[in-house]
Design a protein around this ligand. Structure first.
Ligand SMILES: *Cc1c(COP(=O)(O)O)cnc(C)c1O
Length: 428
C-alpha cells in the first residue's frame, strides 16, 4: 500500500478544471460506465494501484500496449539505462535499426519500417503512403474498426467513438472524408480504380472483439489485387500480440502495408508502419510522400520495445494464448453461472465480451451492427461491480479485455470468482 496522496474524486475534480473531461483520452473519463475514474499511482505485474492505495487486477493493460505485465523489470531497466544516455537526439540511433530489422523479420510482407510515435500516426501515414504510391484518392474502411483519430479514418470508428455514440467527429469537414468509403466488416466490398487502399483491423478489437469470417481477409487480398489497390492491415493491437507475425501470420494473408503500435513500444509512445521496400521508398527522403517526426524512433521507446519483444518468444505466445483461453472459458462459465447474458469471444491471445441476450448458444457478433446491439447498461453495471471487487475492466463496452503474461493461472482464477460474484450482483 502506498501513502494516499489524494483521493480519486479530488483528483478527478481538479483534472476536470484543467483538462477537458479530466482525461487525455476520452474513454478514460468513465462517461459510458459512470462513476469516478481511478487515478493510477503505480502498477506492477497484473495490478494497478490507485492514489488511494487500492489495488485493481487490471484487464485494461494500457489497451494492449502492455503484454508482459506492468513495470516488467526487463523493460524498466532498459528504459532507465537508455534514459541515462539521453532521451532524444534528432539523429539516428542503433536501436532504431534493430527494431526495424526485428519487425521486418517478424511481419509478413514487411521489408522496410518507419517508426513514428503513435498508432494514429502509423495509420495516417499508411493512408498517405498508399495514396502517394497508387496516385489514387479513395480509402475503404470498415464500420466499427478504429484506426486512431486521423480525420480521414474517423468515420464509423469503434472504441471511444462508439462509446460516445458518434458517427464520426465534429471538426472533420466533409472534404476530409469525401474519399473515405465505409463498408460493413466481414463483407468483401467492390473496389474500383479510384481505390488507393483498403484498411482493416484483421481482427476487429475496437467493437468488442470480432474475428474475421473465414475467407474475409483472403477476399480482401484478392479484391485489392484485382483493383490494383493496396491492402493495409492495422495491426496496432494484433501486431506482436497474436504472435510475432500478428494477424497476417495467423491468418496467412499478407497485406501490402502493416501498421503497428501498442506492444512494440513496451508501454512507451510508439507506432510503426512497414511494407515492401518499393512501397516504403515512396516516403521521404527517398520518395515524394512527406512524413516526419521530432521524437520518431525515440531512444527510450525503442529501448522499451526491444526489451519487450526480446521476451516475446513463441513459447511466451503459447503461454499467453493458454492464459487467454483459461480466462475466456472461465469468463463464459462464470457469466452463465450468474445468469448474465453475454457472448465471450476469443481469438488467440485476445478476448472480447459482448453483453446482452444472444440469439443462440455460440453466437458472436460479426459486424458493427451486431456489436452495437451490446447492452451498454449491463456492461456499465458489471464494470462498477467489478471495480468494487478490485477487478478493472475497460470503462467502455467496445474495448477488448487484455490478459498479460503476468496474469498467472491463479490470478485468473481469483478474477473469475470475483467476476461471477460481480455479474450476479450487477443484476440484483
Ligand atoms: C489504439 C489503436 C490505434 C491508435 O493508436 P494510438 O497509439 O492510440 O494513436 C489504431 N488502430 C488500432 C487498431 C488501435 O487499436
Amino acid at each position: 500500500m502506498i501513502e494516499p496522496r489524494s483521493t480519486n474524486a479530488d483528483l478527478f475534480e481538479a483534472a476536470q478544471r484543467v483538462i477537458p473531461g479530466g482525461v487525455n483520452s476520452p474513454v478514460r473519463a468513465f462517461g459510458s460506465v459512470g462513476g469516478t475514474p481511478y487515478f493510477v499511482a503505480r502498477a506492477e505485474g497484473p495490478y494497478v494501484i490507485d492514489v488511494e492505495g487500492r489495488r485493481h487486477l487490471d484487464f485494461v493493460q494500457s489497451y494492449g500496449a502492455i503484454i508482459l505485465g506492468h513495470a516488467h523489470p526487463a523493460v524498466t531497466d532498459a528504459i532507465a539505462k537508455a534514459a541515462a544516455d539521453g532521451t532524444s537526439y534528432g539523429a539516428p540511433t542503433q536501436r532504431e535499426v534493430l527494431l526495424a530489422e526485428l519487425i521486418a523479420e517478424a511481419a509478413p510482407g514487411v521489408q522496410q519500417v518507419r517508426l513514428v510515435s503513435s498508432g494514429t500516426e502509423a495509420t495516417m501515414t499508411a493512408v498517405r503512403l498508399a495514396r502517394g504510391y497508387t496516385g489514387r484518392p479513395r480509402i475503404v474502411k470498415f464500420a466499427g474498426c478504429y484506426h486512431g483519430h486521423a480525420d480521414a479514418l474517423l468515420a464509423a470508428g469503434g472504441s471511444g467513438v462508439a462509446t460516445l455514440g458518434l458517427s464520426g467527429s465534429a471538426g472533420v469537414p466533409p472534404s476530409a472524408v469525401a474519399d473515405t468509403v465505409v463498408a460493413p466488416y466481414n463483407e468483401v466490398p467492390e473496389l474500383d480504380d479510384r481505390v488507393a487502399a483498403v484498411v482493416v483491423e484483421p481482427v476487429a478489437a475496437n467493437m468488442g472483439l470480432v474475428p474475421p469470417a473465414p475467407g474475409f481477409l483472403e477476399g480482401l487480398r484478392a479484391a485489392c489485387d484485382d483493383a490494383g489497390a493496396l491492402l493495409i492491415f492495422d495491426e496496432v493491437i494484433t501486431g506482436f500480440r497474436l504472435g510475432r507475425g500478428g494477424a497476417a501470420e495467423r491468418f496467412g494473408v499478407t497485406p501490402d502495408i502493416s501498421c503497428f503500435g501498442k506492444v512494440i513500444g513496451g508501454g512507451l509512445p510508439i507506432g510503426a508502419l512497414g511494407a515492401r521496400s518499393e512501397i516504403m521508398e515512396t516516403l521521404a527522403p527517398t520518395g515524394a510522400v512527406y512524413q516526419a517526426g521530432t521524437l520518431s524512433g525515440n531512444p527510450l521507446a525503442t529501448a522499451a520495445g526491444l526489451a519487450a519483444l526480446d521476451l516475446l518468444t513463441p513459447a511466451a505466445y503459447a503461454e499467453l494464448e493458454a492464459r487467454a483461453g483459461q480466462f475466456a472459458d472461465g469468463l463464459r462459465a462464470a457469466l452463465t453461472r450468474s445468469d448474465f447474458d453475454a457472448a465471450v469471444v476469443q481469438v488467440g491471445t485476445l478476448v472480447g465480451l459482448y453483453c446482452g441476450p444472444v440469439a443462440e448458444p455460440g453466437w458472436i457478433p460479426v459486424d458493427y451492427d451486431d456489436a452495437r446491439t451490446t447492452d451498454e447498461q449491463a456492461y456499465a453495471r458489471l464494470h462498477a461491480e467489478l471495480l468494487k471487487r478490485g477487478v478493472a475492466f475497460a470503462p467502455g463496452a467496445y474495448e477488448a479485455i487484455f490478459v498479460s503474461l503476468a496474469h498467472s493461472p491463479d490470478i485468473i482464477d481469483e478474477a473469475l470468482a470475483q467476476i461471477a460474484d460481480a455479474a450476479a450482483a450487477s443484476q440484483a
